[in-house]
Ligand binder design. Structure first.
Ligand code: ADP
Ligand code: MG
Length: 479
């Protein structure tokens, strides 16, 4: 156990950390902070959710001087969301010391960023392309940059940013500290480190901490065409507080979020094709609990830290075992429990085993949930709502009506009717999700499509009861 006081931090920084609820350092922080604070270059390898942001954020804030003008530190991140999130965390850590961090990223009006840069932030968190842009325009100057940080370096490699990063790093003063964080260490990242870092110390949080013990991992074997119905059943049974559903492609994310809305769930999708403004809105609504379900591609959700995500559903098993670990790491954060459920088709079982070998953990097989279980789940949710309301109060104005009702029917009858009203019955509005075959486990190469020219491939609505109840929106749980 290492407390932040023991590290001899500036009392203003310690105060911010304690405001943030950080009491002791996480393992990667305990190891990385002394190195980072000493001024050495550092390579830190640890999984998502281990607290890497503060591991580089604390040295950045400690070393920054609030009275100095120019930019003193730069963090390079793979995505816009991550740039914003890192800047938010740095602003929290720096709040009492008066160190300000500005996020810069593509998609946001550059003139506006230039105006914000004139307000003299001390630190920058940005995406590679936009950083290069500012460096070229000299709206970000490198003269005073003493620390550079590469966050999620492997992801930047995957996204094809390596040349941009080399171009950026090449422009900084030689005499500076470089911190590199990555979940994995591919050869190209090692080479980058060799070129731009001086005697870096490597810190690795061991593989046994790879899979987070707080995340329960399960899988379901379902034919592709039933996946969506089964997903809805699970949502009805589990009533997740906040859930993220991962889809393989942008198209699939769109189809899934549309389909979920058709069936009355409050869901929104995010992926790289949406405007920045749209992505910001969706993320804010999700954080604030205005939408319950976020549908995302890997890249859009990479590194995002949203507290209180209770469920992760992998509607498609990720191609890359590493991204499985990243996806499920969106839940079970900061000491909470989480549940991660992965859908596979029968021919993806081998791929599932590959993932298990990496995580060193077996996933439990979940039986296909029945429609009855889904109904029961919704009935229980209705009961919970009623009980919650009883605790919260505010139903006094209804008492006269209740007494009137009790003169005609007995209490059990009345309550049963009220529960029925409150229960969202499973919705079977037809929803079609396109066939989507991954490149692994594909038989015979070609894409297999059912039904010809414009056929509807209609979804069978189980029992045909009440399928088309129109625009019945799911009542929002937080009301
Ligand atoms: P990573 O970058 O490794 O994925 P983050 O830096 O996003 O992880 O941290 C994950 C979560 O843990 C965040 O909510 C963060 O605020 C929280 N956290 C980080 N360090 C600590 C700490 N020392 N004590 C408590 N919570 C922490
Ligand atoms: Mg991170």
């Amino acid at each position: 156990m290492t407390t932040f006081q023991e590290l001899g931090l500036d009392p203003q920084v310690t105060r911010s950390l304690s405001d943030m609820g950080f009491e002791e350092a996480t393992p990667i922080q305990a190891e990385a902070l002394p190195v980072g604070l000493s001024g050495s270059d550092l390579i830190g390898q640890a999984q998502t959710g281990t607290g890497k942001t503060a591991a580089f954020g604390i040295p950045l804030i400690e070393k920054a001087d609030p009275t100095l003008g120019g930019i003193q530190g730069i963090v390079i991140t793979p995505t816009r969301e991550l740039a914003v999130q890192v800047a938010e965390e740095l602003n929290k850590i720096g709040q009492h010391k008066g160190i300000r961090t500005l996020p810069v990223y593509g998609g946001q009006d550059i003139e506006r960023q230039i105006r914000s840069l004139k307000k003299r932030p001390h630190l920058i968190a940005g995406t590679p392309g936009r950083l290069l842009d500012h460096l070229r325009r000299r709206t970000i100057r490198t003269d005073h940059v003493a620390i550079t940080v590469l966050d999620e370096a492997d992801e930047m490699l995957n996204m094809g940013f390596i040349e941009d990063i080399e171009a950026i790093l090449g422009q900084f003063p030689e005499e500076r500290q470089t911190l590199l964080f990555s979940a994995t260490m591919p050869e190209q990242i090692r080479r980058l480190a060799g070129r731009f870092m001086t005697n870096p110390q490597t810190i690795r949080v061991k593989a046994k901490e790879m899979t987070m013990p707080r995340i329960r991992q399960q899988f379901l074997e379902v034919p592709q065409r039933h996946k969506f119905d089964i997903l809805c059943r699970l949502l009805d049974i589990q009533s997740p507080e906040l859930a993220i559903i991962f889809g393989r492609t942008k198209k699939r994310v769109d189809e899934l979020s549309e389909g979920l809305n058709k069936r009355g769930y409050s869901a929104e999708g995010i992926h790289g094709d949406l405007t920045q403004a749209r992505r910001d809105t969706v993320m804010r609504q999700f954080r604030e609990g205005m939408i319950d379900v976020l549908v995302a591609t890997d890249v859009a959700a990479r590194g995002l830290d949203i507290s209180g995500v209770t469920h992760v559903y992998n509607f498609d098993i990720p191609q890359d075992p590493e991204s499985y670990v990243h996806r499920i790491g969106r839940t079970g954060r900061a000491g909470n429990d989480g549940l991660a459920i992965t859908f596979i088709t029968s021919r993806e079982i081998g791929h599932l085993r590959t993932i298990e070998r990496l995580t060193k953990k077996r996933m439990e097989r979940l039986p296909i949930p029945s429609m009855d279980a889904a109904i029961e789940g919704q009935q229980r949710l209705a009961m919970d709502k009623l009980n919650k309301l009883i605790k919260e109060g505010g139903y006094q104005p209804y008492k006269t009506l209740a007494e009137e009702l009790l003169e005609e029917s007995d209490s059990v009858t009345l309550l049963s009717a009220a529960l029925k009203l409150l229960t969202k019955e499973p919705d079977t509005t037809p929803v079609r999700i396109s066939e989507d075959s991954p490149s692994f486990g594909k038989k015979g190469g070609g894409r297999f499509r059912k039904g010809g020219g414009g056929g509807h491939n209609r979804h069978r609505s189980g029992g045909g009861s009440g399928g088309h109840s129109g625009n019945r929106r799911r009542q929002h749980r937080h009301n």
